[in-house]
Design a protein around this ligand. Structure first.
Ligand SMILES: [Zn+2]
Length: 232
């Protein structure tokens, strides 16, 4: 992986220039540029998931899911075909509306993912809204019959909704996508205050992305990486 060039494919919910600036602060020697949204064609339909309770090889040929779901790794392979050969080794971060999912063999079903690391790295705006859970009380109040509008008002600032500015959350995931290459495929941190924390709750995601700090281990890792230049 030639980490010298990072391309960010923008999305309307994100200030991609701000994401680029944040990346440049962490990796100052790299060239980070912002591009128009990543273009894809009908081939992505080959990554469609119609039954969230079946692995990819066993997907039915036909069906209708309420919200279009895509197998994140198959989608990644399909999008990779559109990357020009000269840029194959660059880092590409694609912000998209497509809802990426990965199959979990523990509970034998697909789960929504906000980020799928690799080439390209896919960050799903829909996944940011749907994958990390909203506050527990949000669901409880919903079950209690509170209308969606009042629910959202009551919990404002504690969850992420469609139409919100997702720049801070997108930055956290973009950094995770980059640390995937820096940290040998394991970018997630168990320290709740670190920007690489694997947030299961939107409140955690909002808190850590607002704070914008690394734990000691990851800040040292970034320093070492910057000092040594590209290690690959
Ligand atoms: Zn960390």
């Amino acid at each position: 992986m030639d980490f010298r060039n990072v391309h960010i494919h923008s999305h309307v919910s994100v200030d991609a220039k701000e994401v680029a600036r944040e990346i440049a602060k962490v990796f100052p020697d790299r060239t980070v540029n912002v591009r128009s949204p990543f273009e894809y064609d009908g081939r992505i339909e080959h990554a469609r998931i119609l039954d969230a309770r079946q692995p990819f090889e066993k997907q039915p040929k036909r069906g209708d899911s309420m919200m279009p779901l895509y197998d994140g790794f198959w989608l990644q392979r399909i999008l990779a075909e559109s990357i020009p050969a000269a840029e194959c080794s660059h880092v590409h971060i694609v912000f998209t509306d497509l809802l990426t999912c990965t199959f979990n063999e523990d509970d034998w079903r697909y789960h929504g993912r906000a980020v799928v690391c690799g080439t390209p790295s896919i960050i799903s705006m829909t996944g940011i809204v749907e994958a990390p859970a909203k506050p527990k009380e949000f669901y409880l109040a919903g079950f209690g019959g509170m209308a969606a509008g009042s629910l959202k008002k009551k919990f404002v600032g504690r969850f992420i909704d469609y139409g919100d500015d997702m720049t801070a959350a997108a930055t956290a995931y973009a950094l995770q996508a980059l640390f995937f290459f820096v940290a040998d495929g394991d970018p997630f941190c168990s320290n709740k205050n670190c920007r690489l924390y694997n947030a299961h709750w939107q409140e955690e995601l909002l808190r850590m992305s607002k704070k914008g700090e690394f734990c000691q281990r990851h800040s040292q890792m970034a320093n070492k990486f910057n000092k040594n230049g590209s290690r690959h």
